[in-house]
Unconditional design. Structure first.
Length: 60
């Protein structure tokens, strides 16, 4: 199993129970480890055979 490390994904959001948390917002930072089989990409060396992690970052 292979992994792709995505670290330091930062975004600004609004969450929390208190009204000021929902009004002021705050920064969030996420680190992800994606575990997947990259054997096909390793054999072919084609970008189309791997994961487009830009979509993962957008989802986060």
């Amino acid at each position: 199993m292979d992994s792709i490390q995505l670290t330091g994904i930062r975004c600004y959001g609004y969450t929390g129970y208190l009204p000021e948390e929902q009004t002021l917002g705050q920064w969030f930072e996420v680190d992800l480890t994606l575990w997947l089989d990259l054997a096909r990409a390793g054999e072919s060396d084609r970008i189309d055979d791997t994961l487009d992690y830009r979509m993962v970052i957008s989802t986060v």
